[in-house]
Design a protein around this ligand. Sequence first.
Ligand SMILES: *Cc1c(COP(=O)(O)O)cnc(C)c1O
Length: 411
Amino acid sequence: MTDNAESPAVRRLDDWDLERLESLATEYETPLYVMDCDRVKANYTRFSNAFPDAHVMYAAKAHTGKAVLEAVLEAGGTIECAAWGELQRSIEAGADPNELQYTAVNPPAHDLDYATELGAENPELTITIGALDTLERLNERGYDGRIAIRINPGIGTGHHEKVATGADAKFGIPYERVPEVADRVREDFELVGIHAHAGSGVLTDDLEDHCRAIERVGDMARRVGDDELEFVDIGGGYGVPYREDEAPLDLAKTSDMVRDAVGDLEAQLKLEPGRYIVADAGLILTEVNTIKEAPDTTVVGVDASLSTLIRPAMFGSYHPMLNVSAPDREPLEVTVGGPVCTSADVFAHDRPIARPERNDILAIGNAGSYGYELANQFHSQPKPAEVVLEDGEARIGRRRETLEDVTRLEQ
Ligand SMILES: *Cc1c(COP(=O)(O)O)cnc(C)c1O
């Protein structure tokens, strides 16, 4: 499982086999998601190797495709789920329910029903609660199993305010109330862990902030008795370089600083990265259909849109782009946008790209995390297909939707 040769810390767009990408676009049409499960496994292994005595789970919500979940399991990982659908899909991908961890955030009733039934058959299932209400609702359902408490460390880190969850009251038990909630858990359940997930997109320069939150997690674990806990889970949030000039996260430094911050613990350290495991394993291929000279820029129209990849519109996120068909052409500063009627449907502003022409295939990088997962049918657009690469072979992971799929639920 663990190769001696460590995989590279980052895979940039020009590290992909561009000829192969072009032939995938021809064969499967565009817009097309490509997901390389060999890279998923390499990312998991590299991350896990950096934290030798910790356990690394994969946060499923970053990409819940079956092939990805199977790849994580094959690499020796377990899965953290935040909804019943993620639990169900993890089990369908072959996960042992006894090794799943379910993080309940304002959980709808069917999520708790599902988790309770799963826990009755699989006593090692762990449920993470972030509100006393969730605990009481589990108690009403007869659940008396393993509980981890999600704490709100009161400090958030991240690349965007919508994902800096640590200081957001929605997530976790308010810090000072944790000991009394721990007492309540111990009355009717088994308290197995302390958990926090304090943001997203943490790169090497953000580590100090990130570790201030983690310090508080370690302190609280000792306060409620780390010798009686099985694990202290510091969540995910580890970032990838979206910009070409950004350096990848220094995993060795991350591991040292995280260990230092969390301090001496009797319990095992757990981490649950999502983005880090899948981001650079995925990209989108999109075809150029329009070139328009405007007074201030050249507009390049493509067939992918914010319904394919919503991160630029939702978070203002930067995604690297490359002309797969003609990478060596002279770069031209262009604005790349899709077919959706809002000015938010733009992937790049004034970005130098090897001069695109109609019918060229462009790649949008780092689309493996929160990409297909957030794809939607806005503008009655069928969702794209996803090709899975594994052991050098390409296969359809998810077929392209049809117009019938778009109207399927109408009565
Ligand atoms: C989203 C989430 C993660 C993963 O976050 P990344 O930024 O993708 O690493 C981990 N744990 C919980 C509870 C989450 O909600």
